[in-house]
Design a protein around this ligand. Structure first.
Ligand code: FES
Length: 244
C-alpha cells in the first residue's frame, strides 16, 4: 500500500483494532464480503449498555448500523442458530457466523430487503420478523407454514434468520446483509462490529438517501454510526407494521 490512507480506510483499520477487544461466539466471518465499521455499543431505552439477557425472545428490535440511516434487525430467536455457508447475488461465498449470546440465539441483519429495498420507516414497515407461524409459497411452489422468519410484504420475499437470512421465498436475489455482533467478555455488553454478505447500502443511499436524511434530520445520510446506537422495538419505531 502506498500513499496516505483515506478516511474510510483509516476508519476500517481502527475498527478492526477496536473489534479485537470483544469476542463473538464463533470464528470471524471469512472472505472479502466482510467490512468492519465502527465498533458500536448497543444501548437500551434507558441508554444503558444492552446485554443479551435484556432482549425479549421473539421480539424484533431495530437499530441503525453501519450508517445512522440504515436500519438493522436485532432478534433473540430463543434457540441456537448455527453457522452456515451462503452466497451473495454476485456469487461470492461467505460463512454466516451464527448467533451470539449464552444460547447462540441472538442475530442481527440489515433490514433493507435485497429485492427493492423495502425497509422500516417511521410511518410504516413492510418488512419484519415473524416469530409466529406464517404461510408463504416456496421457490419450489409449495405452500409452506413456518415460524421464525423475516417476511417482506412488498413482494413477499421471506428470509431465514436461523441460516444467515437465506432466501426461502420470493424475488429477493440474496440474503439480507448480516451484521456481525460481538460480546465483550468482561462486561457482557453487546457490540455491532461489521457488515458482511451482499449489502445494499450504496443503492439505498441512491434511492432513499434524500428521504432518509429528512427522516433522521441529517444533512448527510451516509454518516457512519458512532460509538453507540439506540435499540428500540420495531413497533416503537414504525407506527404501522404490515403483516402478510
Ligand atoms: S422489496 Fe422486499 S420483496 Fe420486494
Amino acid at each position: 500500500m502506498t500513499g496516505k490512507l483515506n478516511r474510510r480506510q483509516f476508519t476500517r483499520i481502527c475498527s478492526s483494532m477496536i473489534a479485537g477487544a470483544v469476542t463473538g461466539a464463533t470464528l470471524p466471518a471469512t472472505g472479502h464480503t466482510r467490512t468492519a465499521y465502527t465498533s458500536t455499543r448497543l444501548l437500551d431505552d434507558d441508554k444503558q449498555a444492552l446485554k443479551p439477557g435484556s432482549l425479549e425472545v421473539g421480539v424484533p428490535y431495530l437499530f441503525f448500523y453501519p450508517y445512522v440511516t440504515t436500519p438493522c434487525f436485532l432478534i433473540d430467536l430463543g434457540t441456537a442458530a448455527t453457522a452456515s455457508p451462503l452466497n451473495d447475488s454476485a456469487g461470492n461465498e461467505y460463512e454466516w457466523r451464527g448467533g451470539v449470546g449464552p444460547n447462540g440465539s441472538i442475530v442481527a441483519y440489515s433490514a433493507i430487503c435485497s429485492h427493492k429495498m423495502s425497509h422500516p420507516a417511521k410511518e410504516i414497515s413492510f418488512i419484519n420478523y415473524r416469530h409466529e407461524p406464517i404461510s408463504f409459497i416456496s421457490h419450489e411452489g409449495k405452500n409452506v407454514e413456518r415460524n421464525g422468519v423475516i417476511s417482506c410484504c412488498s413482494e413477499r420475499s421471506v428470509y431465514d434468520p436461523r441460516q444467515g437470512a437465506k432466501v426461502l421465498a420470493g424475488p429477493a436475489p440474496q440474503p439480507l446483509a448480516a451484521i456481525e455482533l460481538q460480546i465483550d467478555e468482561g462486561t457482557g455488553e453487546l457490540f455491532a462490529t461489521a457488515s458482511y454478505g451482499g449489502d445494499m447500502y450504496d443503492k439505498f443511499f441512491d434511492k432513499f438517501g434524500f428521504r432518509a436524511a429528512i427522516e433522521h434530520r441529517l444533512d448527510d445520510p451516509r454518516q457512519q454510526t458512532g460509538k453507540t446506537a439506540a435499540v428500540h422495538k420495531v413497533t416503537e419505531y414504525s407506527s404501522q407494521t404490515i403483516k402478510c
